[in-house]
Design a protein around this ligand. Sequence first.
Ligand code: NAD
Length: 440
Amino acid sequence: MVLAVIGTGYVGLVAGVGFADAGHQVWCVDKDSEKIKALQNGQIPIYEPGLEDLLARNRARLQFTTDIKAAVEAAQVLFVAVGTPEQADGSADTRPVFEVVRSICQLADKSKIIVLKSTVPIGTARKVHALAKEHSRFPMEIVNNPEFLREGAAIDDFLSPDRVVIGCSSDNAKHVMTELYRPFTLQQDRPLIFMDNTSAEMTKYAANAFLSVKISFINELALLADKTGADINSVRTGFTSDHRINPAFFHPGVGYGGSCFPKDVKELIFTAQNHQIPMAIVEAADQVNDRQKLVLFERAKAYFNGDLRGKKIAIWGLSFKPSTDDVREAPALYLIRELVAAGAHVVAYDPIAGPNAKKSFGTDFELAENPLDCVRQADALLVVTEWNEFKNPDLTTLKNHLKRPLIFDGRNIFDPELMREQGFEYFCIGRQMLSQGERI
Ligand code: NAD
């Protein structure tokens, strides 16, 4: 089949390359000409493990272009994968989606299938359908196909998804989407789930909201564990051994970030309020997350008796999670902003995301070349993202580089007992634990 993916970002590029790998001809369209030029030259504009190789293997089936007209003429199925960022009132900005759909409808010379892969507010497909009727001379089929891939594991998630959700109303759309996804679903015993468009839209928000609730739930428990002397790891193992409670995605940390959870949670709250159904649980998850993003800051500030002026603070990790260069809504952003405002001198290191963070954080901090340069003569080290390369440092060297052997670990990557044995003052999340003599 000939396909087009419009919006060649984290989702669109992976989807385009993934469909090409399944043997389809794919037009990847973006309005960002720099990005398209880079892709035409074989450069990948994002960091995503495995993407470069997969793209190179399928290069002959991929066209990178800014020319949406050519793509509309060539493709039978057009995926819309543009961004839907958060607006000031919390709602998602769907203007890029409508803009692309309008262009497709005006340019199409026959009926097409338009697939909304972007995460769109509940009810968007209905509006898109009305827009298509207004602007197209031919009937357009509107399909919702929300994407569930995780950055950092996007290739695996796309090629072997837990499930694929399709919202559509015609047998033709159902047939075409089944053929497109067969290699990734039915041939791998993965479910391909059909439903109506609105339910598909809601499914995406339900998934992200639920995962956000899980994270905020464990983070809140971890704060209580810190106060009471319980060990959150033991507590988690204990309560998730109940077969009704899935242990995945239940790790305390510095709060969720990224381009999806924060904005999708806000959009769900916004839509629910418009329908007079306040999402109390989801709202609480959002509030808990705002508090959690600043936990390391509050602890460092309390340690220095409320005065961080002139303190050199080292940060390990800037991306919102490991294995990605994405810094959108990264907890590190909030942390650095507060530290700098409190008068600290911040030096940060990230294996990949440093340049992105420098470009988009808009806060004055220094970027180090490697983890040890970062901590040299620092008053404290704050671990924010759990990249593998941070997990096994030579502790003696680390201690010698720091001015003060003080670590605030926002990802629980070290063993508290070992760190104390090695002479560190070590604070983590939900594992402050009582000393031996205080335990009963
Ligand atoms: P992104 O910002 O990385 O990419 C969006 C791309 O769309 C950009 O390259 C931009 O230049 C392009 N674009 C915007 N308007 C355009 C237009 N009118 N014509 C052509 N191109 C245009 O965004 P993303 O992270 O890939 O997310 C895309 C959508 O997928 C969002 O709705 C997001 O919520 C959803 N989603 C993202 C993820 C993720 O992990 N990033 C996962 C699941 C779902």
